[in-house]
Design a protein around this ligand. Structure first.
Ligand code: NAP
Length: 253
């Protein structure tokens, strides 16, 4: 906990999309929020929005797949806001392609950001959580963990994050730390806009087609994911650990 008696949350990939929504929600919940993204300057809008709502926020530039950058960012956050107690491993990229066209670099980049990134960030933050005897680790998986055409790299990484989450729950539970995963379905962000562009469909039409297949008949918004992250990060969620919560407007099979 910080000197101000606030929990400190770290959200990776918080410059935009789901990460920005989660960061703003945790700030509104009363946490001090550190926003990490590749470029520190890109975090400005999220940090300013949290501050405008009366919260404390800090921006750090780091590539989550780089061990030295992660270490430096987490120590800067601890010095500026206080020791991290909540970590949301949200930073993500897609490099979609059918298997026969997927390059080694497409594979390594996706594994590096999602899996290595979550590993490095969790390792750097858990020592602060263990010292506090309290922590919440929330990993962004995906409905693609169940398999998705053109996403052999991404679905493998997102399924891997589910195993990683369960293992962290087992290892860290004795220190008051929970670990859970959120697996979103279709959420309106630059990432889904990028997918629409790749398949050559106008984004609005792409969203309408997706909504028609979703039981609640709409696509998701970053706030839908932020709501679940807020619950998992809360004091009262201490007996929920090792779970994967699909947030997709209906069941997936
Ligand atoms: P997004 O809009 O593309 O945002 C991703 C953010 O991560 C960007 O700000 C990006 O920075 C940052 N990032 C990328 N690589 C990074 C790295 N190495 N180090 C630090 N930051 C990095 O994506 P989103 O849709 O919000 O997705 C957020 C998470 O939810 C991802 O893990 C994604 O896989 C997952 N998810 C999304 C959906 C969906 O429908 N949108 C569904 C399921 C799961 P730059 O802007 O500099 O690239």
């Amino acid at each position: 906990m910080s000197e101000q008696g606030q929990r400190v949350a770290v959200v990776t990939g918080g410059a935009r999309g789901i990460g920005a929504g989660v960061a703003r929600r945790l700030g509104a919940d009363g946490m001090a929020v550190a926003v990490i993204d590749l470029k520190e300057g890109d975090c400005a809008a999220t940090v300013e929005a949290i501050r405008a709502d009366g919260g404390r926020a800090f921006a750090a530039g780091a590539d989550v797949s780089d061990s030295a950058q992660v270490g430096a960012a987490v120590e800067a956050i601890a010095a500026e806001l206080g020791p991290p107690a909540v970590l949301v491993n949200n930073a993500g990229v897609i490099r979609d392609n059918l298997l026969f066209k997927m390059t080694d670099d497409d594979w390594d980049t996706v594994m590096g950001v999602h899996l290595r990134g979550a590993f490095l960030m969790s390792k750097a933050c858990q020592k602060h959580m263990v010292e506090q005897k309290w922590g919440r680790i929330i990993n962004l998986s995906s409905s693609s963990a169940l398999g998705n055409r053109g996403q052999a790299n991404y679905s493998a990484a997102k399924a891997g994050l589910q195993g990683f989450t369960k293992t962290l729950a087992i290892e860290l539970g004795q220190f008051g730390i929970t670990a859970n995963a959120i697996a979103p379905g279709f959420i309106v962000t630059d990432m889904t806009a990028q997918t629409a562009a790749r398949v050559g469909v106008e984004f609005e039409a792409f969203q309408q087609a997706a909504a028609a297949r979703i039981p609640v008949r709409r696509v998701g918004q970053p706030a839908d994911i932020a709501h679940v992250a807020s619950f998992l990060a809360s004091e009262g969620a201490g007996f929920v650990s090792g779970q994967v919560i699909y947030v997709a407007g209906g069941p997936l099979c």
